[in-house]
Structures are given as C-alpha cells and as structure tokens.
Design a protein around this ligand. Sequence first.
Ligand code: NAG
Ligand code: NAG
Ligand code: NAG
Ligand code: NAG
Ligand code: NAG
Ligand code: NAG
Ligand code: NAG
Length: 692
Amino acid sequence: MVPVHLRSGVPRRSRALLFAIICVVLIFFLPSLTNRVCLGHVFPGASLPYDTQSPAENAAGYVSDDNPILGFSHMHDSGTGGNPSLGNFPLFFHPGCPDDDFAKCDYSVMHRGTYRVPGSAFASVGYFNINLTNSVRAEMTVTEHTALYRFSPLVLVDLVDLANTRSLGGIQVYPESARVIGEGQYNPSFGSGHYQAFFCADFKGAAVRKAGTFITNNATEEPKFLDTVGANHYIPTGSAGAWIQFERPEQNFILARVGVSFISVDKACQNAEREIPDFRFERVEAEAQNAWRKQLSVIDVDATGVSEELQTTFWSGLYRSLLSPQNYTGENYLWNSTEPYFDSFYCIWDSFRAQHPLLTIIDPAAQTQMVRALLDIYKHEGKLPDCRMSFCQGYTQGGSNADIVIADAFLKNLTDGIDWDLAYKAVISDAEVEPHDWGVAGRGGLNGTGHLSRTISRGVEYAYDDFCISLMAQGLGHTADAQKYYQRGVPEHTHLLPIQNQHSCYYDTGLDTYEGSPWLYSFFAPQDTAALIGLMGGRRSLPTGPHRYIPRQFNATVNGIPGNDDGAMGAFSAFALMGFFPVAGQNVYLLTPPFFPQIRIRVPVTTIKGKKEPDKWAVIRVRNFDPEQRPFIQSATLNGKKYTNNWITHEFFLKGGVLELRVGLEESTWGTSEQDRPPSYRIWSAKRMQRD
Ligand SMILES: *[C@@H]1O[C@H](CO)[C@@H](O)[C@H](O)[C@H]1NC(C)=O
Ligand SMILES: *[C@@H]1O[C@H](CO)[C@@H](O)[C@H](O)[C@H]1NC(C)=O
Ligand SMILES: *[C@@H]1O[C@H](CO)[C@@H](O)[C@H](O)[C@H]1NC(C)=O
Ligand SMILES: *[C@@H]1O[C@H](CO)[C@@H](O)[C@H](O)[C@H]1NC(C)=O
Ligand SMILES: *[C@@H]1O[C@H](CO)[C@@H](O)[C@H](O)[C@H]1NC(C)=O
Ligand SMILES: *[C@@H]1O[C@H](CO)[C@@H](O)[C@H](O)[C@H]1NC(C)=O
Ligand SMILES: *[C@@H]1O[C@H](CO)[C@@H](O)[C@H](O)[C@H]1NC(C)=O
C-alpha cells in the first residue's frame, strides 16, 4: 500500500502555482478560514488516477490541522493555488439531534462544523476515514464518477461548493427510495465563467424516518423540493439542501453512494448505478487500490539502504503527479465529440516542465489522450488552453506553454489518434494570432487586453515556445516555418514587451516576471544551454546541489512539499530521485545521480509495434551507491558501452536498456566537454551552417 502524503494548511507566501487532484470527499473549512492560502494544497482523500471524484481538503478541500470539518464532498482538485476548487454537494452526518428533533440539528456551513478526533484521519490509496468528536466515524472510497461512504444516522446534502460560489441550483429528496438528487451552477477556482454539476445520492442500511429540506440553518419537512427557478422558489446562496433522518441502522452504519456528473442528474444516477451497483465498500476499495497498484507498477525501485522517508516522498510524488489533469471523457457538456476530454490543466505553465514529460514515460496512453483533449479544445474554442478547470478558461500564466507539451509529444513520437496537422495549426495560432482577451488564452501584449506585466517571463517563454514550434515544423516538413521560428526562438532575439500598466497581482512578482525572480528567469534558456553556461561565467559557477534541495524541501512531513503541489512538484521530486530530468519540448533528459541503487521503468507495451512485450525495462543502476549520497557521476555505460553524454534521449524509455552510472564524492570531468552536453541552439546552428 502506498502511503499518501497528507498535506497541511500552513499559510504560505502567495503564489499561484500548479494543480489539482480530483476526488471523493471534501472536508470543508469554516468560511473565515477559506481565505487562507495553504501549503501543498494536496487532496488526500480517496481518488483514482485522473479521476472525476473522490472523498476528502481546503484549496483541495482538506487541511491537516484542527479546524472543524464541514462536510464530505465528491469532486476535488488537488494542489491548486487559486481559490478552493469544486467540493460540491458535501454530505454531513449527525449522530442524532437534541431532543430527537431534526429541527434542532445544525444544517448550514456556518453552524455545523464539527471537530475531528485528533490523529484519527487516515488516508491510503483509494480510502479515507476520519472520526469526528460528535461520535461520527466517516469512511469513504471511490470509483470514477461515484463515491461510497460508510457513516452513522442524520445525513444532509448541501448544494454549496468549497468557495461558496453557487448561483443557480435545485434539490429534491425522495423519502420512499432514500434518494436525493440535485444540481447547481458554480464558478471555477482560477478562471472565468461558470460550470454546472449534478449529483445523485442513494442511502442504504436503515429505514427512513423523516426527510425534508433546509435553507441555511432552518430545516423543515416540507417542501421536499427546492429550486432557484420560478417566483416561489428562491434559494439564497450559501448552504441549502436536503436531509434524511434514519432509524437506527441494522449494522451500526449507513452507506451513502454519491454519483456525480457534469451533464445531468440522470447521468449522475447512471454513473452511480453502473459503477457501484452492489454498495460493497470493500470491493470498491480493493478495486481502487488495484487501479493504483497497476498504474504505479510501471516503476520498480531497489530501495536497499534508502530511508522509508525518502521512499514515501518518492511514491507520494508519483501518486500526486497522477491525480490531474482529470479524465472527464463522456462528461463534456460543451460540445459533442468522439475525442477524449481532460480538464483541470492547472496550469500548463506548471505542468509542461515535469508532469507531462513524466506521464509521457510512465503512461503514454494518458498523455496521448491529454494532447488530443487539448487539440479538441483548440478545435472548439479557437485557442489551446493555458490554464483550464471545470470546463472554463483559466487565467493565463505563461500564455502558450501548451506549444511545448505538444512539441514534446511530437518529438517523443506519441501517435495514437493525434491529428498532427491540427496540432500544428494550434501552435501556429498561438505564435501568430493574438486573441482579443489574452488574460485567458494565447500570447499577448500587442493589441489585445490582459495583464501588461510579466514582460520578462513572457518574453523568454514565448521564445522557447517558438523554438519548440520550430522543432515540430522541421519534423512535419514545414521547412520555411522551421527557419522562421528557429530565428524567433533565439533567446537574444527575444523582444521584451514594454511595461505599460504594471499590475502587481499576488501571483506576479512586480518585477515583470511570473512566480519567479528575473534572476531565476535568466536561467530559462533550455534551447541554448551552451550559451547560458558561457553567459553565467562558465560551468563551475552554475549552481549545483539537487541532492541538497530534495531532502531539504521535499520530505515526508506534513509540510514536506514546497509550495502548492498541482502535480508538478510531485513529478519534479520523482524525476530528481530517479536521476534524470526532462528538458520539456526537446528529446533530452539530463542525468544526475539517482537516490536509489536501481530504478527500473517498464517499456510501455503500446509503443512496441504489433506485439506485446510487457517485460522490457529501462534500467538505471548506480555503481558505488551510497545512501548518504555521492553527488557526482564519475563515468557511465549504456548497454555495456562507455557513455560520455550527460544526457539521454527518449529512445531509452521506448527500447529499454541498462544505463550504469558510477558515482563518487569528487567532481569529475565526466560529461563536461562540449560534445557531451545536450544539443544547444548555437551548436545546432553551427552544424546547420556546415551542412547548408
Ligand atoms: C475511530 O472510530 C472507530 C470506530 O468507532 C474506532 O474503532 C477507532 O479506534 C477510532 N479512532 C481514533 C483514532 O479515535
Ligand atoms: C423556516 O422555514 C419555514 C418554511 O419555509 C418557515 O415557515 C419558518 O418561518 C422558517 N423559520 C425560521 C426561524 O426562519
Ligand atoms: C450533442 O448531440 C445531441 C444529440 O444530437 C444533442 O441533443 C445535443 O444538443 C448536442 N450537444 C451539444 C453541446 O452540441
Ligand atoms: C478516460 O476515460 C475514458 C472513458 O471512461 C476511458 O475510455 C479512457 O481510457 C480514460 N483514459 C485514461 C487515461 O484513463
Ligand atoms: C521517432 O520516430 C522517428 C522516425 O521513425 C525516429 O527517427 C526517432 O528516433 C523516434 N524518436 C523517438 C524519441 O523514439
Ligand atoms: C492586432 O493587430 C493586428 C494588426 O493590425 C490585427 O491583424 C489583429 O487582428 C489585431 N488583433 C486583435 C485581437 O485586435
Ligand atoms: C521538509 O520540507 C519542508 C517543505 O519544503 C521544509 O520546510 C522542512 O524544513 C523540511 N524538513 C526537513 C526535516 O528537512
């Protein structure tokens, strides 16, 4: 069983980094606390990979402190940095009401908060439980669109979401069948517009005694139906929902099965009935665990001598990097399409660097579907997303970093249904056509409207986006374009945009860079590492020490994630611990000393043409390994032959093989000569000139 890393709600410096998990249960926080920006923001509840629902945090709906618990909801985004996301339709349980009078129980978010029994929260893969001080014990597990809860006898379902953004909505309780259905319209956490969501909750295990609805803290038996539409059907924003009071349960607990959908109540009920027809908690939990075990079995590490703590950091990082983007295929209400639909790209500025490259290695089928989903969004909305959640356009961070994700997929030969002509149109649109509102998609700074800040970061990023487009143009045979974008991708040709009206937003530095200092951004020239090394005063002056950064910033304590983890940080730590790091948008992985004596990554079956060969592995082995760390590579062999490049290509993960790295305490000359370094703009230019 993989330990899940519970994250805490420690106030942190503001930053709108990365992402989201989806899940089954949300634990709500008191409204006064919802403005807190939290570290990590990871969702610890039961979840499936890329899944639409799951039980338990506050950005992600859960905080590992002693704040009261306000409910358990079924849809989550993990690791977000903006407002809390999703968390719709929370359930809340009362063990009973004062004087056995349902009207004397507390219903609204403002009143019902109940403390947890300290230390009682437990999370494992596909499962979450917690004891509340009102004697309720809540357990939950999950399938793709349905959550299953086990708890003790007055339950309420609230139409509220985490950030309290509901506008329209309605709810109906059926006492005869112990079913509650409902819907609402909500705002996305870091974007514009709104989205719709539906649920269908069925209860089992006890006879219904009474049922009704509530508005804020006022519960009544009639009406059994609330709606926002029509003159007599007014529900104020905030808490409003339905409740059911049960007889004493036969087996001391009641089961709640909650299906969700973005399409309709009917679809939510169908999802629930299809995925959990039997209400068997243990079966659902075992299947969720199996799904995770299978997903993570692609990687196998020899952990001899490696601390438990580091192993937990490693596996938790991998787990978190598989939570988002979420697979909403079959739930897209915006357009009809046979293409996959993924959501919660939170944001691509964060995920292009490590998370998407990680998926390309460990789950190329999922990465392929995500690329297809990005292209389908381009096809129907006119631009590739930069940030997207809950069917809405998110606020722009980089602008067009999806170009890098797409070029990366192209260079690594992901195919399976990707329309590369459409993909090329999409990236060229980013490069050439400024949208009217570049606050939510595309590049900006010419004549549209959007933040007129981040000129430095946007400048260097647009250049790199163009560089990646040039690699793709070349591969697709668009030679003139390849030249053009190659020129535009030269770091020093970057045209920094003028500052006109410098917004200092909480996620901007105020120094024309985004979530990083100009100093940090001066290192962002992945297309030209040779020039960078020169400019920065030579190889020896470059900062080293990933080996220090990892234990210091990533560890298995509740606060052991620096910043909010939308999956990008998890992927970063996983790569760093395995000893290689992708240069996203190029067929290059930089080598560093691994933290394990051996790492094996299974070659994806789908990439071997025609025949199934599941048991091929790409193996990285460390000679002279020392768990206390020998931070310098002294020499290397690839499949038994001397290997001097300080980088490898994606072919290693497609074909398999054995890369052996001998490590030591002393800095060595391995991989330092010019021909051993990754391809660099200047080197390529020189070669090209010789050829031409
Ligand atoms: C939580 O409640 C369950 C069932 O009542 C009990 O067995 C368990 O010991 C409790 N755990 C804690 C940490 O209080
Ligand atoms: C509670 O709601 C009922 C039914 O809508 C209404 O008659 C009653 O006045 C409300 N009570 C309070 C205290 O608001
Ligand atoms: C999708 O197709 C169905 C059936 O033709 C139609 O009823 C529905 O309105 C379409 N949805 C959208 C978003 O176009
Ligand atoms: C996404 O969901 C669809 C529909 O359920 C499924 O066919 C597809 O395999 C899923 N993709 C991944 C990567 O799990
Ligand atoms: C992609 O395919 C091309 C053409 O078959 C091949 O030359 C290249 O090595 C492949 N790249 C990777 C990363 O496998
Ligand atoms: C920006 O200006 C160019 C050149 O005048 C024009 O072609 C383009 O349509 C304009 N874009 C917007 C969003 O107004
Ligand atoms: C664990 O990581 C956190 C967050 O990065 C850091 O603040 C803390 O000092 C680390 N703890 C240890 C013992 O290294």
